[in-house]
Design a protein. Structure first.
Lengths: 149, 379
């Protein structure tokens, strides 16, 4: 099944899921409440078994989680974006579906402050344990360790 | 850096049972080849759990890239996976070119592939030497470094640097090839073919090496996919996910080469896959070295590059696996956000799963074959 079919299927499933134009691959916006169900379906019904890139983007007004999914069988690639509230970003974990998400979600947790509900071990991975703030957010300023050039 | 309690008792929720022991491998340890810190819970000699602590060489390259222009940020990426700097630079250049919708001259395409494959050989050569040394054999290290030195000298002559070459730029390559390049690469191919049999005799057919690696650190195909493993690690488990074949870039689609796949999924399979890949890389270079087209080595580009608003993703096959560069542009001269999907980060996440239940002595055979480069993981 190609990416267009999957996105049409998803849109029929939930009218709140919308197609986004402009990216290299088919991109869908999924509401945060539907994400876990959609993720499970993408994995079991649509053979998207390889989660190769998980990241978060700070758009100042909101955060956006970006999941790049691919099927190792059909090479179909689908990008899923989930918008999150900046003040209290919370989203269901998918580390029980794709195990690689465990590390990637820990990175998003420490860098952007996103809380993953149901994550087995949500702790800082790269930063020191006592680090304060979320360095990849756009409003982060650190006078000691200058990152901006 | 880490409070003492976290190191002694890594998971407060799961206190140690009687007879269990926590030991630290690293951050300064000869076998981790960098500043990787593993907190290992043992019961006798059996590994119960491995917890990697990262970040000792974290430089926040992603954040740094947000304030660098599209010409500058490429040079920072040489410092991620320093053993395949060429291929990192290529991934970034490809991503910027995608945004600019730029045509690359044929000469530049061919130079890029030859350089990438030379890098792959150099990286695998280093890995074989270091891996054998981890398992107690010192001699292969000298054999592999002899070949790697030759490649580094060729690189130095053309690029001016031996490790962080910074040779790929948006639009092509930075300089034209050195006049002696072709003859030196040809003599290297001869050297490689003559000497690789020595290495195979010394390592591949070595009974001690086989005893230490066959059946150790087995990763099944389904697990390799689930953990996001790529590169030789995934191919040794039967995942045919070579980006050069599945999503060809830079002219790989016109070349004839095989994707090296094994199904055993153990440490020895990962070794064999890398050895076979070196032969394939030589095969690719042989197809191109006599057919480097004449012409420009760089497309004409403006001094200041601006990308249109949008998202661009490029993926390449480095020596360690799939490197993805994800640029989000808001239309300016610097990226709004860059994400590097580094192969080592995902490969490392499988280590805990692979090593559980095995003996601590086998950990080096398992971890060694993942070919971890720590700056690539920490970024």
């Amino acid at each position: 099944m190609n990416a267009e079919n999957i996105s049409t299927y998803l849109q029929e499933l939930d009218p709140a899921i919308v197609l986004e134009a402009g990216g290299e691959w088919t991109t869908v916006q999924v509401p945060v409440s539907a994400w876990k169900v959609v993720a499970q379906q993408l994995f079991t019904d649509h053979q998207l078994n390889f989660l190769f890139c998980v990241t978060c983007v700070d758009w100042k007004t909101h955060l956006s989680m970006v999941y790049h999914l691919r099927s190792t069988i059909t090479d179909t690639t689908l990008v899923v974006k989930v918008q999150l509230n900046s003040d209290q970003p919370e989203i269901d974990t998918v580390s029980d579906i794709w195990r690689t998400a465990e590390f990637h979600e820990r990175e998003a947790y420490e860098m952007f402050g996103v809380t993953f509900i149901g994550h087995p071990d949500l702790r800082k991975l790269i930063l020191p344990d006592d680090f304060e703030g979320f360095p990849m957010r756009k409003n982060f300023e650190d006078p000691v360790n200058m990152i901006k050039l | 850096m880490y409070s003492e309690t976290t190191i002694v008792n890594p998971a407060a929720s799961a206190p140690l049972k009687e007879g269990q022991l926590v030991i630290n491998v690293g951050p300064q340890h000869p076998a981790t080849h960098g500043v990787l810190h593993l907190v290992i819970t043992l019961e006798g000699e059996t590994i119960i759990k491995i917890e990697p602590h990262l970040g000792y060489i974290h430089r926040s390259i992603e954040k740094m890239s947000e304030s660098l222009s599209y010409r500058q940020f490429i040079y920072v990426t040489s410092r991620m996976d320093y053993l395949s700097a060429h291929i990192n630079n290529l991934a970034c250049a490809l991503c910027v070119e995608k945004g600019m919708q730029l045509e690359i001259p044929a000469r530049a395409q061919v130079i890029r592939i030859i350089m990438s494959e030379l890098t792959r050989i150099a990286s695998h050569e280093l890995w074989v030497g270091a891996m054998a040394m981890d398992l107690g054999a010192f001699t292969p290290f000298f054999y592999t470094f002899r070949e790697r030195e030759t490649i580094n000298d060729i690189m130095e002559q053309t690029c001016g640097a031996r490790l962080t070459m910074n040779y790929m730029v948006p639009g092509g390559v930075m300089y034209d090839l050195h006049p002696e390049f072709v003859s030196r690469v040809k003599s290297f191919i001869q050297q490689f073919k003559n000497k690789i049999t020595e290495l195979e005799d010394l390592v591949t057919n070595n009974i001690i090496f086989r005893n230490r690696t066959v059946g150790i650190g087995v990763l099944s195909k389904a697990d390799a996919i689930s953990f996001g493993c790529t590169g030789p690690v995934a191919r040794a488990s039967g995942v045919d996910g070579d980006i050069r074949k599945r999503f060809p870039y830079s002219g790989y689609e016109q070349l004839e080469f095989e994707q090296c796949i094994d199904t055993a999924g153990d440490s020895f399979a990962r070794y064999i896959v890398r050895i076979k890949e070196m032969y394939q890389s030589i095969h690719i270079i042989e197809q191109l070295i006599d057919a480097i087209p004449e012409g420009d080595f760089q497309a004409k580009t403006k001094a200041v590059i601006k990308l249109p608003k949008g998202e661009f993703y490029s993926q390449v096959e480095t020596a360690r696996g799939e490197l993805g560069v994800y640029i989000i542009s808001e239309g300016g001269t610097t990226p709004y956000r860059i994400k590097y999907r580094s192969p080592g980060f995902s490969n490392l996440s499988a280590l805990d799963y692979m090593a559980r239940g095995s003996k601590i002595g086998d950990l080096m055979a398992t971890m060694g074959t993942l070919d971890l480069v720590i700056p690539d993981i920490d970024r």
